[in-house]
Unconditional design. Structure first.
Length: 113
């Protein structure tokens, strides 16, 4: 299983980005897809998760600003990030668990003040 994350970049505070995580298998069979991030010099932390039934969960720091969604037809999970803040600067990873852990390669988001 491979996860391809994309969509990162440099954006000014208040701006928006949409991250994509595309799987090499049908995500229809994946129970939960999760986005994590790792800020510079800090530990990896959960950002948002979505189940196969469409239930979502968000870290308090991103509630109301980020939206996670999935398109089973495209085998892709999205993370729409609005109202970005400098503290959102991090490498963002997508993650699934199917008998073992699978991580995407990460995509860098840099928010300038």
């Amino acid at each position: 299983v491979q996860l391809q994350a994309s969509g990162g970049g440099l954006v000014q505070a208040g701006g928006s980005l949409r991250l994509s995580c595309t799987a090499s298998i049908s995500i229809f069979s994946i129970n939960t897809v999760t986005w994590y991030r790792q800020p510079p010099g800090k530990q990896r932390e959960l950002v948002a998760a979505i189940t196969s039934g469409g239930s979502t969960n968000y870290a308090n720091a991103v509630k109301g600003r980020f939206t996670i969604s999935r398109d089973n037809a495209k085998d892709t999970v999205y993370l729409q990030m609005n109202g970005l803040k400098p503290e959102d600067t991090a490498v963002y990873f997508c993650y699934i668990f199917m008998n073992r852990r699978y991580w995407g390669q990460g995509t860098l988001v840099t928010v300038s003040s």
